[in-house]
Design a protein around this ligand. Structure first.
Ligand code: ZN
Length: 191
């Protein structure tokens, strides 16, 4: 059985004791149907057990607990993420930017999932200039400041048009913020 990242996140929340419908929905920004679908899968594959408890006012409450198989699956998943993160660190250190970019194209939420599971964190990503790996974040190639939807952005073709020196390693997928663009030195003379 192949589980999706959302299934594993829900399993992890149950593992952390955040096992109420409300908590899971809020923390993962999920709709009822999505949550119910995943809980069904986790229940059928015996990674969790579900039962009901009657509350003080006689209302039924759903109680979800992780099983031993669930804990094992959860640990395996975290190990897999940690191994992948190490691979990504090695690639970053080796300057294999294209391979890293491809990993994110194939699996846009991979690093977000790693942050959720605590395999890496935002300060580490910032320190290593790897925040660009987070889905939904488009950062200035030079200063790594976030480029919002309406921020001014400058591409490789803008740099060429203004005859500025292209920052080392910048590709057509990258953009610069206005500050960094304005600070670029002129391109070296070529003949
Ligand atoms: Zn910048």
């Amino acid at each position: 059985m192949d589980y999706e990242a959302t299934d594993m996140k829900i399993l992890e929340l149950i593992n952390r004791g955040q096992n109420t419908f409300g908590a899971m929905k809020t923390l993962l920004k999920l709709k009822n149907e999505e949550l119910e679908k995943t809980l069904d899968i986790l229940d059928q594959t015996k990674l969790v057990t579900t039962g009901t408890k009657t509350g003080l006012l006689g209302q039924k409450k759903i109680i979800i607990n992780i099983t031993e198989a669930g804990t094992k699956k959860n640990n395996e998943y975290i190990e897999m993420l940690a191994k992948k993160w190490q691979e990504m660190l090695d690639l970053a250190i080796a300057g294999e930017r294209a391979t890293l970019d491809q990993m994110i194209v194939d699996n846009p939420f991979l690093v977000n999932t790693m942050v959720f599971f605590g395999v890496t964190d935002l300060p580490t990503l910032s320190r290593l200039n790897l925040r660009f790996l987070l889905e939904g974040k488009h950062l200035c190639y030079e200063c790594k400041k976030e480029l919002k939807r309406f921020s001014q952005k400058f591409s490789v073709s803008d740099v060429r048009k203004f005859n500025f020196k292209l920052p080392r390693g910048m590709t057509t997928r990258d953009d610069l913020c206005a500050d960094c663009f304005n600070k670029l030195p002129p391109a070296p003379m070529s003949d």
